[in-house]
Design a protein around this ligand. Sequence first.
Ligand code: ADP
Ligand code: ADP
Ligand code: ZN
Length: 210
Amino acid sequence: MRILVFGPQGSGKGTQAELISRKYKLPYIATGDIFRFHLKSGTELGKKASRYTDAGELVPDEITNEIVKSRIIQPDCVNGFVLDGFPRNIFQAKFLNEMVEIDWAFLIDLADEKAIERLKDRLACKCGLSYHLLNNPPKVAGICDKCGNKLFIREDDKPEAINRRLEIYHQETEPVIKIYQDRGVLYKINGDQEIKKVFADIEKNISLKK
Ligand code: ADP
Ligand code: ADP
Ligand code: ZN
């Protein structure tokens, strides 16, 4: 089960990818989380990437493609994975498609204005989970339900970087979605519903083809 999740920033990709990963026992791979991990750990890669991530620009493909490749060849990915945040342009899609066949590409559809509204109250955890102050609060304020770490507001969830990220999404990532549509593996999901309803729609499409 090789699954991709697309959608504008704030549409709920990470939230849904985590639910898919839990239900189907697949590794959840988010390129953004990998970059944030390197940044926090102060690695060379983190330093190189931060120039781009801070501004909401895409990290160069040479760097990103290698990170994804080295992750999906790990033994835990033999039965599949859920990939969130990759591919984001047609070069990355080409690179991925040469390595593996994708079974489901979900597009979480949500208008930019609604996505921006959600990001205002997003709380993130370094384990990859995200919460929302009102829509999806953690059980204990400020603490991740899953790993117990402290939640934080992402550096790039400020208005300037959000607008730039959405612009890149429409310019560079939307053409990628077309590639999966042409291959017959794209499933468009209404993202403007409760979290569990969105997930139910995803499950329905998975069970139809599983
Ligand atoms: P993305 O990975 O697409 O940027 P997230 O999964 O981080 O999006 O979700 C963005 C914010 O919206 C988070 O605060 C999350 O808790 C919240 N959220 C996710 N899905 C929904 C939903 N269906 N309805 C309301 N809020 C949601
Ligand atoms: P979002 O989707 O909410 O913008 P992510 O957490 O997915 O945020 O990614 C954070 C940052 O990491 C991006 O703004 C970008 O700089 C970098 N990044 C993540 N995925 C990719 C990718 N596939 N290609 C290039 N850069 C990426
Ligand atoms: Zn956590």
